[in-house]
Write a protein that binds this ligand. Structure first.
Ligand SMILES: Nc1ncnc2c1ncn2[C@@H]1O[C@H](COP(=O)(O)OP(=O)(O)OP(=O)(O)O)[C@@H](O)[C@H]1O
Ligand SMILES: [Mg+2]
Length: 526
């Protein structure tokens, strides 16, 4: 019986779990840590470290220690929010083909799927070591609002790591599976997931073993990293005032300040105020280490992060409306993600949803737990007992549309449509003897095409030469259970297939099939 692993591939931390016997096990690294930092460090001697060993190098060698890759994977480097993110990262990123971001480390370029593949390989190795057997199958989770390109790129990363990706599963849906497993429930849940880099909110109903997503939404650039950044900016301004040193010019010092800020933030979740010193941030004129003395209260910090928390609540309102549920009609409110430990977040959500959140769930592990259960469900009857069977009905997170005349977008698949889904559109040629049609595709709900996120270009080729308006091509758009778009086309008159090529902005160049592998970093011995 070959095991299936469930992987929560996080911006900050990843978690891997599996079903063994009748239980879900969260798999530790050789040191016993159950949270694996999603960090890849390229060491001068050529070694590649992942996890805690890599995280420790973030302030030692920031230019060659890659973190927060999930903020860039499957994104167009031209996306304004990606550009903002790049300004905060200490490693080098360049533009590659298809508007992809490429990470440059020690003179070599890496795609984001390659970077994430190192993290996934590390998790695979931890699992193999823990289980004492080869692992080749996985379910990998992504934020519900991940775009087509982000999903494709994540799946590609799994393949590069030598994993057959049985399913790309939405993180909140995985959390719901973990919550509902083994209980005979008739419930409506809201899942609020605030991690390091992304925010997701999903409303689902559970009846027997059927998990149905009613609506989902969120913000792929909202998370604990933003809390850290506001704190770093305040601390840097304070340092400038105290010591006349502008830390933005000191890469190592800045990285140290970011890590210091994260610690202060976490401490403020426990204590009302934190005071202390961050040592050796830079070198003073006479070579002495420059330190920063700080003191910050929880209420000061809360005022700084309040706009982010309110932004998340706006997304909650939209999702509640789309789901047709009122806060009172919900059975349970579930918090996922490390940033939901922030007292302001807990307080504001409780006020907003008019109920206390469920606290029995481990916010760090629940997504991987659900992914492991889904892995078992997908192989139920084959390698797992039928009791693991469950049916997931997920939805399209954003409308899928095409450009039409006048700068408008026409939706092909509406937001929150259950997947898998298939939709057809017929296109006609506008010139005589036209053999090629190019259609711009976007994701988003705006009527104006440019107000949506560009998804890519659909090219229909080899259309039979006929008078204008005579050639009719029927295009079938399919969104599969991974939330990934596929297109196929045929000539209406002859019924013959027409070549349809979808080039997705920011997606990996190689679609599944030919997969170059990356070398596995070694899992350190215990
Ligand atoms: N006690 C705490 N108080 C506040 N924030 C915390 C606490 N513990 C962890 N965090 C924050 O939680 C975030 C990491 O959460 P998590 O591990 O759920 O994210 P992730 O899964 O890596 O990210 P994502 O889901 O966005 O991809 C970090 O920003 C971390 O600083
Ligand atoms: Mg997460």
């Amino acid at each position: 019986m070959e095991p299936v692993i469930g992987i929560d591939l996080g911006t900050t931390n990843s978690v891997v779990a599996t079903v063994r016997g009748n239980r879900v096990e969260v798999i530790p690294d050789p040191q016993g840590y159950r949270l694996h930092p999603s960090v890849v460090a390229f060491v001068p001697n050529g070694d590649i470290l992942v996890g805690h060993a890599a995280r420790a190098r973030r302030h030692v060698d920031p230019a060659n220690t890659i973190y927060s890759a999930k903020r860039l994977i499957g994104q167009s480097i031209k996306n304004p929010i990606v550009q903002l993110t790049l300004g905060t990262l200490p490693y080098r990123v360049e533009e590659g083909p298809n508007e992809q971001a490429l990470v440059v480390v020690r003179g070599r370029q890496y795609t984001l799927p390659e970077i994430s593949a190192y993290v996934l390989m590390h998790l695979k190795q931890c699992a193999e070591r823990h289980l004492g057997s080869t692992v080749t199958k996985a379910v990998i989770t992504v934020p519900a609002n991940f775009t087509d390109a982000q999903r494709q790129a994540t799946k590609h990363a799994g393949e590069l790591a030598g994993l057959k990706v049985l399913r790309i599963l939405n993180e909140p849906t995985a959390a719901a599976l973990a919550y509902g497993f083994g209980k005979a429930l008739d419930a409506r849940l809201a899942i609020y997931d605030l991690g390091g880099g992304t925010f997701d909110v999903t409303v689902l109903s559970i009846r027997d073993k059927i998990f149905e997503v009613l609506a989902t939404g969120g913000d792929s650039f909202l998370g604990g990293d933003d809390f850290d950044r506001t704190l770093v900016e305040r601390l840097a301004a304070q340092l400038l005032e105290q010591s006349r040193i502008d830390l933005r010019a000191h890469l190592d010092g800045w990285a140290k300040l970011v890590m210091g800020a994260e610690q202060i933030k976490c401490q403020l979740s426990r204590d009302e105020a934190v005071a202390g010193t961050i040592h050796d941030l830079a070198q003073g004129v006479s070579g002495q280490g420059v330190s920063l003395d700080f003191e910050i209260t929880r209420s000061e910090f809360e005022a700084m992060i309040a706009p982010y928390v309110e932004r998340s609540l706006l997304a909650c309102d939209e999702v509640l409306i789309a789901s047709g549920q009122s806060p009172q009609a919900l059975t349970e409110l579930i918090l996922v993600g490390g940033s939901t430990r922030t007292p302001l977040v807990r307080r504001r959500i409780a006020e907003h949803f008019r109920r206390d959140p469920q606290t029995r769930i481990n916010p760090d592990e629940t997504v991987a737990y659900g992914a492991a259960l889904q892995g078992a469900a997908l192989t139920a009857g084959a390698s797992n007992p039928a009791e693991f069977y469950s049916l997931l009905l997920d939805v399209v997170p954003r409308a899928l549309g095409i450009a039409i005349a006048g700068g408008y977008a026409e939706a092909i698949v509406e937001k929150n449509t259950p997947i898998p889904v298939e939709r057809q559109r017929t296109f006609v040629t506008s010139h005589d003897n036209q053999t090629l049609v190019v259609i711009q595709v976007c994701q988003g709900e705006s009527r104006k095409f440019t107000e949506n996120a560009p998804l890519g270009t659909l090219t229909l080729e080899g259309i039979p030469a006929r008078a204008r308006g005579e050639a009719e091509i029927e295009v079938v758009f399919t969104v599969d259970t991974d939330g990934i778009l596929h297109v196929r086309a045929r000539d209406v008159k002859t019924g013959l297939a027409t070549q349809a090529r979808m080039q997705v902005v920011g997606a990996p160049e190689k679609r599944s099939g030919e997969v170059p592998s990356v070398n596995a970093p070694a899992v350190p011995r215990a």
